[in-house]
Design a protein around this ligand. Structure first.
Ligand SMILES: [Zn+2]
Length: 284
């Protein structure tokens, strides 16, 4: 999550992948980073790592060190998440929709958002690949967290009024299959919230391969248009969108950062985007 990143292991095994958005298989080199590279699909503009590290190697990076990073930053991250959710009236919409007040948070780290939703009267469930972070959340926050990836965990037949995943989809090897798995966990008419870096944002355009989100752990980097396309094709309507973050701290003087942040949020070129989606009622 955020800027936490480990260098890729040079001995890890990799595999070739085609574009997850449009299926084309003729991506061109785009950003050469330190020990890994992003390619760009000329058909749709999607940025992704090709070749990609194996899924198991990606998950092995979420160790004690990562858990401590999440513990240390839990309230900063919760504050950011709640600001984003508030901007799209997330809780109000769920509560007005006449659906279950239940929340599945995938990649929930130490479960701070779950704890918040539980206090609001929601039935909550977390999913987290980092075992020490999940254990911390269950112990310190009293929220249930299943360990593993979404397709690995046993949630029996549980479905939820809403699913949330913040800074997760860019880490997932197959985001299309992942969104499909989320759809199976959301009731018809239920909500899905995605937060992920925005390749159409100002910082990505300014910094290119030095963009803070162009890191080894991020195997897919979406534009708003491409993320919209993927979720629509997987059975969701996009009902609200926000972007935020104009210039990163330390990349510009404060007098410039504030107005650019303000403009980024209003004009949609922010560094991070949030899509609030609603599951369409028709089954596939
Ligand atoms: Zn493509």
């Amino acid at each position: 999550m955020k800027t936490f990143s480990k260098s890729p292991d040079p001995h890890q095994s990799t595999r070739h992948v085609s574009c997850v958005v449009c299926g084309a298989d003729r991506a061109e080199p785009h950003w050469e980073c330190d020990g890994f590279a992003f390619v760009r699909c000329p058909a749709c503009g999607h940025l992704y790592q090709d070749p990609q590290p194996d899924a198991g190697d990606l998950i092995d990076r979420y160790d004690e060190e990562y858990a401590q990073y999440e513990v240390d930053n839990a309230f900063n991250f919760l504050d950011l998440m709640l600001k984003g959710l508030s901007d799209v009236a997330f809780f109000e919409r769920v509560e007005a929709a006449g659906i279950d007040r239940s929340l599945l948070d995938i990649g929930c780290a130490t479960g701070a958002l779950l704890e918040h939703a539980k206090a609001r009267g929601y039935v909550v469930q977390g999913v987290e690949v980092c075992v020490p972070a999940a254990e911390y959340g269950e112990r310190e926050r009293g929220v249930p967290i299943a360990t593993g990836t979404l397709d690995e965990v046993d949630l029996a037949d549980a479905t939820f009024g809403a699913a949330h995943f913040s800074h997760v989809i860019e880490h997932v090897p197959d985001p299309r299959a992942f969104v499909g798995q989320v759809r199976e966990r959301v009731v018809p008419g239920g909500y899905m919230v995605i937060v992920t870096p925005n390749t159409a944002g100002l910082q990505a355009r300014l910094f290119g391969p030095r963009w803070r989100s162009a890191i080894a752990d991020h195997v897919h980097l979406f534009s708003r248009r491409n993320l919209r396309r993927l979720v629509r094709e997987e059975g969701f309507d996009v009902v609200a969108e926000k972007t935020w973050g104009g210039l990163g701290i330390g990349t510009a003087p404060r007098w410039l950062k504030r107005p650019v942040d303000w403009l980024a949020k209003r004009l949609g070129f922010g560094d991070v985007m949030l899509l609030l989606c609603r599951r369409t009622d028709t089954s596939r």
